[in-house]
Design a protein around this ligand. Structure first.
Ligand code: CA
Length: 230
């Protein structure tokens, strides 16, 4: 098991590294976010320990960049403050777990093993289908460089599609994921909202990403409707 430790405090970094080695793991240390990016890009780490407080690019930015670069090794974030916002931000930028400093080494080691067992899971923090993007953390939706403003229901429906690109979803599945039990009890509610969505995410861009599958339901094209970019 090979671990990348990203920590600028030399003492702390070598402490972690020594502990991991004593536990039979291989460990490399990066003291800057930029170094972590190229190291993780050129070596397949089983897990990455990422300190939030780094000079220059902080841990949140590093995590976000790793995911954007297609590095899916599980990330455990170390946060100095026991601030809920830090943990939330960490998880939203694509971290898999976090530990608050000071921590017990036994716990760090156990968590790293658990993360490594799980292996890399391709789970982008920002969902995308072609040039159509949806960020569940900020609830922002955009196509290309244009922001799209959606109502809560339209957003919920689009998120349901974007978590399953290319899959045919019937009206019941769409209702189940995007509506709670208080949904408007109209049989055509999905059709109505799909129409609203198309007006916002497709029509202004001259694309057709949400397809009607006769007798089955709807499907969001994985290429976001941009056939030329498929
Ligand atoms: Ca630090």
């Amino acid at each position: 098991m090979r671990v990348l430790v990203v920590e600028d405090e030399v003492k702390m970094a070598s402490l972690i590294r020594r502990g991991l080695k004593a536990d039979g793991m291989a460990a490399d240390v990066a003291i800057k976010g930029e170094d972590a990016l190229w190291m993780a890009g050129s070596t397949e780490y089983d897990v990455i320990v990422l300190d939030v407080m780094l000079p220059g690019m902080d841990g949140f930015q590093v995590c976000k960049r790793l995911r954007e670069d297609g590095v899916w090794a599980p990330v455990l974030m170390l946060t100095a403050r026991d601030a809920i916002e830090d943990r939330v931000q960490g998880l939203d930028t694509g971290a898999d777990d976090y530990l608050t400093k000071p921590f017990s080494f036994a716990e760090l080691s156990a968590r790293l093993r658990a993360l490594a067992r799980r292996g890399p899971i391709e789970q982008p923090a920002v969902l995308r289908a072609g040039d159509l993007h949806l960020d569940p953390a900020s609830k922002r939706v955009w196509r290309g460089t244009t922001d799209i403003s959606l109502s809560a229901k339209e957003y919920a429906l689009l998120e349901t599609f974007m978590r399953r690109p290319g899959q045919v979803l019937d009206r019941f599945q769409l209702l189940e994921h995007a509506w709670d039990y208080e949904y408007e009890n109209r049989s055509n509610v999905i059709d109505v909202y799909v129409r609203y969505l198309r007006e916002k995410v497709d029509r202004p861009f001259g694309v057709d990403s949400i397809e009607t599958v006769r007798g089955a339901g709807y499907r969001l094209r994985a290429d976001g409707g941009r056939t030329d970019q498929a």
